[in-house]
Design a protein around this ligand. Sequence first.
Ligand SMILES: *Cc1c(COP(=O)(O)O)cnc(C)c1O
Length: 437
Amino acid sequence: MTHKMKYYSTNGKADRATLHEAVVKGLASDKGLFMPETIKRLPDAFFDGIQDLSFQEIAYKVADAFFGEDVPADTLKQIVYDTLSFDCPVVKVTDNIYSLELFHGPTLAFKDVGARFMARLLGYFIRQEGSRQVNVLVATSGDTGSAVANGFLGVEGIHVYVLYPKGKVSAIQECQFTTLGQNITALEVDGVFDDCQALVKNAFMDEELNRHMKLTSANSINVARFLPQAFYYFHAYAQMKRQGKADELVICVPSGNFGNITAGLFGKVMGLPVKRFIAANNANDIFYNYLQTGEYHPRASVQTIANAMDVGDPSNFARIYDLYKGSHAAIAAEISGATYTDRQIAQTVKDCYAQTGYLLDPHGACGFRALCEGLREGECGVFLETAHPAKFKSTVEGIIGEPVAVPEKLAAFMKGEKKSIPMSNRFEDFKAFLMKE
Ligand SMILES: *Cc1c(COP(=O)(O)O)cnc(C)c1O
């Protein structure tokens, strides 16, 4: 641990930060997103033998490339192994399309991976410096809140505030962060997801508030949540390679705030042999339009049945732009786009279930459909099944006309008592609340 990794801001107007600073600050002082100054290429030997490694072994190698200079090896290994207490299997859906099931964690969505990793890393930093309480602010359109709240539940020295848009998350999602108690406070915001995200961003910029309490973010912008998402891209590749299906691999990512796909793009820079990526959008097609036109025009989000992707100004676009040095041609060469209406999403869930017996959730359905339509001769596709269909029970039941069984883990949340604090979408109100905490 001689040289520490430095993180720069995508806006280029903030001092470079250490990992510790980047994790605690979340967002750089110039409102940019942190980027690691080097992305290490993993040796060929690693890829040659990857099919014989376990998920945890693979993930530790990837984690070491990012965090090995900043966290002692045994601690980092422990964090990785504790984070990945569940598998992310690749499951065959059709001859050349596979589902990377990211829903086997505690809250049945991919965000468990990043959230569990971040909670453990932050816990390590706090223990190490014996610092005062850290407060995590997290805006959620559904699954982030549950993953972060559960990832941090009971972690000493950390309090979590979850901001979610009133009436815009499913009942099952809501109970996963409103029933926990302990160090978790849920705030029900009178507005949409973008309002929640704006409240959080404003809080980080407010000097008085930051003097009053130590704030950090756990949104997908935080490097400690964002980078670990690369782990399962490598694991997916290993599983496809084992089956002799990895030669022309296309990975399709249902995308909202674009953290998940960006982690995959980092994987490719590290040498992961992915041929190309597809970003599948719902009706919030800002990135899709960027690919077509070269112009990025954020808009207010519209509500869809794939609600965790209802994002009108995807934060991680800044990272993608930075990674490819602002070149639209380079971005469009690596990533193609797709966008689907609610009707198309529903039709896809229905048809896939009827034809293959595989039940998609509305987000994964965008990914599956984009592969059905976008794969070329000789290519094999893996889409990220980002959540379990039972998390969107009523939507999915309405589509297939059959009951969807709720896994025991999920049912357990629904038995708890909902506790949340109503909040307006005005920053003054949010600030006044926090100043009294
Ligand atoms: C968060 C989420 C997404 C979008 O992921 P991003 O990293 O924001 O692009 C997709 N599907 C589900 C189920 C999610 O929870």
